[in-house]
Design a protein around this ligand. Structure first.
Ligand code: MLT
Length: 386
């Protein structure tokens, strides 16, 4: 069965749309968006994180007993060693925190590695909240990370360990929602693909996830959430808190005419508004409709879509997940955009680790997928071949 006819026009197009394997955790439909297993995102957005992780790991919705046992298992695995935490606090604080985050995952692996992908996957998922809180607290200069209390719940524990100033009581719920919505996005997003490719050389789980986090760190991928917040903030200071939709529309047209980027729109696969963005918009409307940043983000949603729809070359003129996530985190009392990609990593590492377990331990009847080794065609630098 031929799934795809490869022609020269497909070369140097980022492998866009080429099927290269199977993904057992999630899929992304251009019109319907993200499904975790066969469940649309809107259905699971209100679940607790551990239940969603169970769904992704086992492929089924757990019974109460199964969920209870799973939570207890994660709690038992949750503590990082003092040695690991101490090493994190000795890392340089210069540069973007994603560099610290991927270094911290490698350090964790030096001590915690079992060389069993399934064990390492569960251990990493369980330990990540503490490791991530330690990275953020250290990088931000917020002091020693409070003791981990896994019995509080996966994201409740993370929220109590992050020592951000002036935390509001609503922040835990928003951290939790952010976490659930970013676990997985099919098999082909860059960080997932990179993580699985590195694991295909039989690198261990920690090294593979650390590599995946470097892929996530780029502004075209995970760091887009930080860039997007800067865009909404810039728009707010340009048009003012009381701006109308037509003023925002005019500002967007101005940016496009100056060849500046309009952030938070479009996606490689989606051809509708990203359902993750829709969930975030709904939550923002429910809790923070009077927040000036949230208000501007809503106006950008409408005006941006209208303006971008006029250009037939724009394949997806609709908001993506990054369009509103930063404004929501800021409104909820976490106005620290440098850490938004780290929050994305805390979440996405879950999906990638589970996908690596599938590729290493289950694919091809348990043999696992072979080492990734695509073909490149040779061409002379100065040839006319494009
Ligand atoms: C993601 O969540 O990974 C992004 O939307 C990018 C993608 O799916 O390619």
């Amino acid at each position: 069965m031929s799934l795809f006819e490869i022609t020269k026009e497909h070369l140097e197009t980022g492998l866009r749309g080429f099927p290269v394997g199977y993904c057992v955790t999630s899929s992304v439909d251009p019109q319907k968006g993200l499904f975790y297993t066969d469940r649309p995102l809107a259905e699971i957005a209100s679940w607790e994180p551990e239940r969603v992780i169970y769904l992704l790991y086992h492929g089924s919705d757990p019974s109460q007993e199964e969920l209870g046992a799973f939570k207890r298992d994660l709690q038992k695995r949750a503590l990082c060693s003092e040695k690991t935490l101490d090493a994190v606090t000795k890392l340089p604080r210069e540069g973007h925190p994603m560099a610290l985050f991927s270094a911290a995952i490698l350090i964790l692996g030096m001590e915690a590695l079992t060389d069993d992908y399934r064990e390492d996957c569960l251990n990493l998922i369980a330990k990540l909240p503490q490791l991530t809180a330690a990275v953020i607290n250290h990088h931000a200069g917020w002091g020693k990370t409070p003791d981990s209390r896994p019995e509080l719940g996966y994201m409740e524990n993370f929220a109590q360990m992050v020592r951000a100033p002036n935390k509001s009581p609503t922040l835990t719920g928003i951290f939790s929602l952010f976490n659930i919505l970013h676990y997985d996005h099919g098999g082909g997003n860059l960080s997932t693909f990179v993580g699985k490719a590195v694991a295909s050389g039989l690198e261990d789980l920690y090294g593979s996830i650390s590599a995946a986090m470097n892929a996530l760190a780029g502004p075209r991928h995970g760091r887009a959430n930080q860039e997007c917040l800067a865009f909404v903030q810039e728009m707010l200071s340009e048009v003012g808190a009381g701006a109308t939709e037509s003023q925002v529309e005019e500002a967007i047209r101005g940016k496009l005419s100056r060849k500046e980027l309009v952030y938070g729109f479009g996606h490689a696969v989606l051809r509708v508004e990203d359902p993750r963005a829709t969930v975030f918009y709904e939550e923002s409307q429910k809790q923070f409709s009077n927040d000036p940043l949230v208000r501007i983000a809503f106006l950008i949603r409408k005006a941006g879509t209208k303006v971008l729809k006029e250009n037939p070359k724009v394949a997806c003129p609709y908001p993506n997940v990054d369009a509103i996530s930063g404004s929501l985190l800021t409104a909820a009392g976490f106005p620290f955009p440098e850490y938004y990609t780290v929050l994305f990593g805390l979440s996405r590492a879950v999906g990638i680790a589970i996908q690596i377990v599938y590729e290493r331990c289950e694919a091809r009847g348990g043999k696992g997928t072979p080492i990734v080794r695509p073909k490149y065609l040779f061409k002379h630098r100065h040839s006319d071949d494009t």
